[in-house]
Design a binder for this molecule. Structure first.
Ligand code: ADP
Ligand code: SF4
Ligand code: MG
Length: 324
């Protein structure tokens, strides 16, 4: 069976006054219904640009996109805006990191969810409101009938994120893109929201792309993970394989800089030295070479291809294997 979403050789570039931003380079992945793909990488690695492309949200006047984004087999790259609008919110929905910037401050939560429903369904206000209340209940908001009449500022951070999820789910989207959905939340609420997403996925069978800079989040919910660095995929595979047997020095660096994968409180964290590269002026060869402890002369001149190392496990590195 074909994948719900298939992204093939996606490239996204922005023309800016400072030069061309090569934000996404030759990215390919698929997502099936009922499965979660985690896209992970430091800030500025091209994660959000990738997800916005899947929603057709880039301004075509300033952006050059090449490659294919197949939603149920249909390429949406270059589709006219009205067709993209029909897709957005109905087939593909987005949960943003910051609900306050995505929710309108002057409309009640219930109104915003029900209007999202009415864009794609010819129903009365009353029916749409019932749907909104039902979804608020489903995402775990107590007294949903009363809460529906409140404004975003009357909700706590965690409750606002739940309301955003309700809004994203109102049209039963087949694909949900969550861009750092829990970054602004404390750890307990973060875990609740991730549990909720996993529950909803079991219930609705949606495909999920979860974008995060946090491998801990990936471990909790993603079946598969794509690691991005400098706008490229550097490692890709089943979450278990990537986290337990990383094949790229950058992934290893991320793992060593994150608190206790195995719950060992004594383990000390080793941050990756240096900073993420500028996507206007990427380092030559492997973009990670200025920060990589294993860089060789070859690393400085030749971009390593993403190659399959084991079944379903890909890495882009000149090393045959990581030194242990
Ligand atoms: N509309 C835009 N115009 C120019 N540059 C952009 C635009 N959107 C994003 N970028 C740049 O693309 C790069 C990748 O950004 P982004 O995908 O948001 O990173 P992240 O991985 O943190 O989500 C960044 O260098 C960012 O500044
Ligand atoms: S190609 Fe070289 S610089 Fe890049 S990750 Fe591999 S060893 Fe490090
Ligand atoms: Mg981002």
């Amino acid at each position: 069976m074909a994948s719900y979403l298939e992204v093939r050789d996606l490239n996204v570039r922005f023309a800016t006054e400072d030069g061309v931003v090569r934000a996404v380079n030759d990215i390919s992945f698929t997502v099936e219904r009922g499965r979660t793909l985690g896209i992970v990488g430091e800030s500025g690695s091209g994660k959000s640009v990738t997800s916005l492309a899947v929603l057709g949200l880039h301004d075509p006047r300033r952006t050059t996109i090449s490659g294919e984004i197949l939603v149920e087999g249909r390429n949406i790259v270059g589709l006219p805006e009205p067709e993209l609008q029909r897709l957005r919110g109905r087939d593909v929905a987005m949960i943003f990191q910051d609900p306050l910037s995505a929710l309108h401050p002057y409309y009640t939560i219930g109104r915003q969810i029900s209007e999202g429903y009415r864009v794609h369904h010819a129903v009365s206000r009353r029916v749409a409101r019932r749907r909104a209340v039902e979804l608020l209940a489903r995402v775990g908001i107590p007294q949903p009938d009363r809460r529906a009449d409140q404004y975003p500022h009357e909700f706590s951070g965690g409750m606002r994120q739940r309301a955003m999820i309700a809004m994203a789910l109102v049209n039963d989207p087949a694909l949900l893109i969550a861009d750092e959905p829990t970054t602004a939340l404390d750890v307990t609420v973060q875990a609740q929201i991730l549990d909720l997403l996993a529950d909803l996925q079991r219930e609705f069978g949606s495909a999920i792309i979860l974008i995060t800079h946090d491998l801990g989040v990936v471990r909790q919910v993603a079946h598969e993970v794509l690691v991005m660095y400098g706008g490229r995929a550097v490692e890709h595979g089943a979450t278990q394989d990537v986290l337990h047997e990383p094949m790229h020095p950058y992934t290893l660096g991320l793992l060593q800089s994150m608190p206790t994968l195995d719950g060992d409180p004594e383990a000390h964290l080793v941050p990756i030295k240096g900073n993420p590269p500028s996507l206007i002026n990427l380092p030559t060869g492997c973009a990670f070479h200025p920060r990589c402890p294993y860089a060789t002369e070859l690393s400085k001149v030749e971009v390593p291809a993403l190659r399959m190392r084991k079944p379903g496990h890909y890495a882009a590195c000149h090393l045959a294997e990581l030194p242990s």
